[in-house]
Design a protein around this ligand. Structure first.
Ligand SMILES: C[S@@+](CC[C@H](N)C(=O)[O-])C[C@H]1O[C@@H](n2cnc3c(N)ncnc32)[C@H](O)[C@@H]1O
Length: 307
């Protein structure tokens, strides 16, 4: 199998610097919730419990078909950003022309290798080197991708847009896109407001998954609280760890003191409507061309391009 190529943004030393910086700033980056086997297992369990499978696959299958029917290149590349296990990205790959190269990317090396292996079983010719980088911080990212992937690109970006403020992640996505490229992204939607979706986050499984980070970095007694917060015209679900006793958290050889009553932001999940997503993408020059929704309207897959 092709080897994974690791960008300096995910070198072990840089990851330790990032970890300490998250604790110092009291805001944990999404990438630190998928690091250990236990975190991955807790997340998968949660995902299975709160995501009804059949419902979720349908918009990805429809988007795959629509994209394949209009994609003109026989030698393009599918670059799967934050691919996780890669299942959704591979569903997009399957109906594309046989010569399309599959480039799985994530912060996690085991996950990109797994995605590459599954894609290779489907089409050995599709396999390219998997790439490991931090999408949110890697500078020279387009240059790095250019060194390892061909042109005429489809970028998939599934399950990640909710975990970043749009002003952080959208300029980075925009910077990757050329006029001939397509971007497929998925977003969590709140067609009827935040109340009906709150139980998907405000539950013991989610709290247990998110508490792993503080627990494994030295936090003592505390509680994970889930709230709804506002960012301009958008709302997001937030999770904070509230310290109930003094403790010292440790990372990268540094010590960080916390006291009872302090809090640490663990997670955010932005929720959109189809309209608010279009309005949010627009200032970054990204336009939605086609929309595919689950029947309950709580998840959407969007084929996008440059305006
Ligand atoms: C919610 S999972 C989604 C996985 C998959 N795309 C899906 O839809 O099932 C988020 C994925 O993004 C990755 N991730 C988190 N932060 C990242 C970052 N800054 N850069 C690249 N990948 C990141 C995680 O490792 C994880 O695999």
């Amino acid at each position: 199998m092709n080897e994974a190529i690791v960008h300096p943004s995910q070198s072990p030393a840089q990851v330790e610097i990032d970890r300490a910086e998250c604790i110092r700033q009291r805001s944990v980056a999404a990438k630190f919730h998928y690091e250990t086997d236990r975190q991955a297992a807790l997340w998968l369990k949660l995902h299975e419990r709160y995501a009804s499978k059949g419902e979720l696959i349908q918009p990805y299958a429809e988007a795959a078909k629509a994209l394949a029917s209009s994609w003109p290149y026989s030698d393009g590349s599918l670059i799967a950003l934050g691919c996780g296990g890669g299942e959704k990205d591979i569903a997009i790959l399957k109906p594309l022309p046989k010569g399309t190269r599959f480039v799985p990317t994530d912060v996690s090396k085991p996950l990109v290798l797994k995605a590459a292996q599954i894609a290779g079983e489907f089409d050995p010719g599709a396999a390219a080197n998997p790439l490991v980088f931090d999408l949110a911080t890697a500078d020279d990212l387009l240059e790095f991708i250019d060194q390892h992937a061909g042109l005429n690109r489809i970028y998939t970006f599934f399950g990640i847009i909710p975990n970043f403020p749009p002003r952080v992640i959208l300029p980075r996505l925009r910077m990757l896109l050329r006029s001939e490229d397509r971007l497929l992204l998925s977003a969590n939607l709140a067609p009827n407001g935040m109340e009906p979706i709150l139980p998907q986050y405000d539950n013991d499984e989610t709290r247990g998954w998110l508490a792993e980070f503080p627990k494994t970095h030295g936090a003592g007694k505390g509680e994970v609280k889930i709230t709804v917060e506002t960012d301009g015209h958008l709302q997001f679900i937030a999770a904070h760890f509230h310290f109930q006793e003094p403790c010292v958290m440790k990372a990268n050889g540094k010590h960080f003191e916390f006291f009872s009553g302090d809090s640490l932001q663990l997670f955010m999940s932005y929720r959109y409507t189809v309209e608010s997503l279009a309005d949010t993408l627009e200032p970054y020059g990204i336009a939605i061309e086609e929309t595919f929704l689950t029947t309950n309207g709580e998840e959407g897959v969007f084929i996008c391009g440059l305006q």
